[in-house]
Design a protein around this ligand. Structure first.
Ligand code: ZN
Length: 300
């Protein structure tokens, strides 16, 4: 069995930590470099439920996309929820390693896995990494369809191919309009609207879209392009990043085979998206409930 240090070196070669954003906190959170690793669990979130899953599985290493601690801390006491995760892992000899924005920008990265899950043909990154001469690394991916699909059908495809969550897929745009090109970005993508606009795509699929950036991007696209403007598909954050978990486990499997490590890799299917239910709107707003603005006795 390989030492943790050997496995971590292989993971760092896949997702070099120096390619993470400045604000990010990637790398090894806990673990003894000399410990032997036989079983590895991959997951999106380092939450207690996933730590418990790692214990149950007998994992020696947990690899997650999201950091446990993004900012500095002065305590890992088990009386805090993050400290409890640290205690659970250390008491059970489980290391924790994080690949976040370094995995987003990688080739293949988080958005490659998302595009793959949606069966899209990638033409290039949405925000290319200028340090990559091959032009494959970067944030998000721009994709083409082999033949145009209706927005409604693409939304149904996304709902069927991504793991199920309470949120499902929120869609903005005429359901019958045809989509030829789409930008995808795993995780929160509403900071990339300028690049989406520059890419001139018909649709954008990401997560965590907020009212103002989404509304303004649509208004801007409608004004500059006319016609159908920009269609939006907003999936659950966890669901857009989960395909990376499968991709990452397959990458480590391949490395393990090459080195004869005999690692057992596992994929967490625990839904750690925070949203647990969705109540569809029953009706459109009507004037029935609008309070009268006239004051009794006031002049009309
Ligand atoms: Zn994320």
């Amino acid at each position: 069995m390989p030492a943790l240090a050997d496995v971590l070196a292989a993971l760092d070669a896949l997702w070099p930590p120096e390619r993470a954003e400045q604000w990010d906190a990637v790398g090894t959170v806990c673990g003894d470099p000399d410990a032997e690793v036989g079983r590895v669990l991959f997951a999106v979130d380092p939450v207690q439920e996933v730590a418990d899953e790692a214990v149950k599985l007998g994992a020696d290493l947990l690899v997650t996309h999201h950091p446990l601690y993004l900012r500095g801390t002065t305590t890992v006491a088990a009386s805090t929820f993050k400290g409890r995760v640290v205690h659970t892992l250390i008491k059970n000899d489980i290391a924790l390693h994080v690949a976040h924005t370094n995995a987003d920008r990688a080739d293949p990265g988080v958005s490659d896995a998302l595009a793959g899950a949606l069966d899209l043909r990638i033409t290039g990154p949405l925000v290319p990494d200028p340090t990559d001469p091959a032009g494959r690394r970067g944030l998000g991916r721009v994709c083409e369809f082999d033949r145009p699909v209706a927005l409604r059908d693409f939304a149904e495809r996304a709902a069927a191919r991504l793991p199920a969550t309470a949120q499902g897929i929120r869609v903005a745009g005429d359901p019958d309009r045809l989509i030829r090109t789409v930008a995808v970005c795993g995780g929160s993508g509403d900071s990339l609207f300028a690049e989406v606009r520059a890419a001139g795509v018909d649709a954008y699929l990401t997560a965590d879209l907020r009212h103002h950036p989404a509304s303004e991007a649509q208004q801007a696209a409608a004004m500059s392009r006319g016609g159908d403007g920009l269609a939006l598909l907003d999936a659950a954050h966890w669901a857009t990043e989960w395909p990376w978990v499968e991709q990452a486990a397959a990458q480590l499997d391949e490395i393990s085979d090459r080195h004869g490590w005999g690692l057992r890799t596992h994929i967490s299917r625990t839904v750690t998206d925070p949203w647990t239910a969705h109540a569809p709107a029953a009706h459109a707003p009507t004037t029935d409930h609008v309070p009268s603005t006239t004051t009794p006795g006031a002049p009309r």
